[in-house]
Design a protein around this ligand. Structure first.
Ligand SMILES: [Zn+2]
Length: 329
C-alpha cells in the first residue's frame, strides 16, 4: 500500500523549523516542494519573546511575497513539548521557553491554524511522505547528529504515545549500567553513538593511545570530533577501528531491538553520521542481520535519509499538511 497521498493535495503551508542556532521557514506545496524559504539566527539566549519576534518577521516576509494562498502553519521544534496543549516545555537548546504557549502566540499573530510537533517526529514524517520512506506503511526514522532523534511511523501513522514523546530510540539502553546519558539514564545508545559521544569516547581512547593517528591528527585532544574519527578510520588507524567497531555493535543492538519490537519495512538513517557512508551502512546491515530475529529482519531495508538540509522545513510542512487533510498527526 502506498504512502498516504499528500501529493494529491493542492494545499500550501507555511513551515517553521525552530532550532537552537537557527530559525528557518518556508512555503511548501502539498507535494512537498519547497517554493520559498528564509532563515535567521535564533539568538536563543535572548529568550522566547525576542526569538518569537524575529520568527514572526521571517514568517510575514514569506507570506507577503508568496504567490499562493497559505492555509495552515506547521512547526517543528526540539522537545520536550506538549503537542496537545501547544506548549514548548523546556528544551535544553532554548533557554527560558518554560511552558511557552507557542501555538497560541503564532495563531494569534498570523491568524492561521498552527500544528506543532517535535523536530524528530516532523523529520520522520518528511522522509515518510517526501523522502526515503515513500511507499512504506511501517517506517523507523533515526537521525544521528549531535544527539539521536527518532520517529516511528506505524501503520501509516506517527506513533506518539500517551503525551507525544514516544519513539526515543536514542535512549534504548544498549549496555546495562553503561555510560551516563543526558537523559539521566545509563547505557543509552545516545551515550555512545551520538556525534558528541563518539567524539568524547574518541578523546578518552586517544588519551590512552597517544601514538595513534587519532591522537596525532589534532593539535590537542579537545579538537577531536566525529569527523576526526572518520578520517582516522579511513586511514585504518587501529584505535579508530576499535572505537567504530564498538559503535557499530551498539548501533546494531539498538536497531535490532527496534526491528524486533516494531517489525518495520524500512529503517531510514539521517544526520551527520551518514557521512560515514559505506563504513556505516554495510557493516551495520550485517550486524543487525546477526542480531535481529530472522523473521522480522527479513526484507527490511536499512537506508540513508534523502532530504538533507531541508528536512526540518519539510517536516514541519508534513505536520501541517497531515492535519489539514484530517490525517492522524
Ligand atoms: Zn538516555
Amino acid at each position: 500500500m502506498p504512502t498516504l497521498p499528500l501529493e494529491a493535495s493542492s494545499s500550501h503551508v507555511l513551515a517553521i523549523d525552530i532550532g537552537g542556532t537557527k530559525l528557518a521557514a518556508g512555503i511548501v506545496s502539498g507535494a512537498g516542494v519547497l517554493l520559498d524559504s528564509a532563515r535567521t539566527p535564533t539568538h536563543a539566549a535572548e529568550g522566547p519573546d525576542r526569538v518569537l519576534d524575529r520568527l514572526l518577521d521571517l514568517c510575514r516576509t514569506l507570506l507577503r511575497r508568496s504567490s499562493v494562498p497559505v492555509q495552515r502553519v506547521g512547526v517543528g521544534c526540539g522537545g520536550p513539548l506538549d503537542t496537545v496543549r501547544g506548549l514548548i516545555l523546556n528544551p535544553p537548546n532554548l533557554p527560558g521557553w518554560l511552558e511557552f504557549p507557542l501555538v497560541a502566540r503564532l495563531q494569534q499573530a498570523l491568524d492561521l491554524p498552527v500544528s506543532l510537533d517535535n523536530d524528530a517526529n516532523a523529520a520522520a514524517l518528511a522522509e515518510f511522505h517526501f523522502g526515503a520512506g515513500r511507499g512504506t506503511r511501517h517506517m523507523v526514522y533515526l537521525t544521528i547528529s549531535t544527539g539521536i532523534g527518532s520517529g516511528l511511523i506505524l501503520n501509516g501513522e506517527l506513533y506518539r504515545g500517551k503525551r507525544g514523546n514516544a519513539g526515543e530510540l536514542g535512549h534504548l539502553q544498549v549496555r546495562v549500567d553503561g555510560r551516563a546519558c543526558n537523559c539521566g539514564g545509563r547505557g543509552c545508545l545516545e551515550a555512545y553513538a551520538s556525534g558528541t559521544n563518539i567524539a568524547r569516547r574518541a578523546r578518552e581512547l586517544a588519551a590512552q593511545h597517544p601514538a595513534s593517528l587519532l591522537a596525532r591528527s589534532v593539535p590537542d585532544l579537545e579538537a577531536i570530533t566525529a569527523q576526526t574519527v572518520l578520517q582516522a578510520l579511513q586511514a585504518q588507524d587501529e584505535v579508530a577501528v576499535q572505537l567504530w567497531d564498538e559503535t557499530l555493535d551498539l548501533l546494531a543492538a539498538g536497531v535490532a531491538s527496534t526491528v524486533n519490537a516494531f517489525d518495520p519495512e524500512r529503517i531510514v538513517i539521517g544526520g551527520g553520521i551518514t557521512n560515514f557512508g559505506d563504513l556505516l551502512f554495510v557493516p551495520l546491515r550485517e550486524r543487525v542481520a546477526a542480531r535481529a530475529m530472522p523473521a522480522l529482519w527479513s526484507g527490511v531495508e536499512l537506508c540513508r535519509a534523502e532530504l538533507a538540509a531541508d528536512v526540518g522545513i519539510l517536516g514541519a510542512a508534513a505536520v501541517a499538511l497531515r492535519e489539514r487533510q484530517g490525517l492522524p498527526v
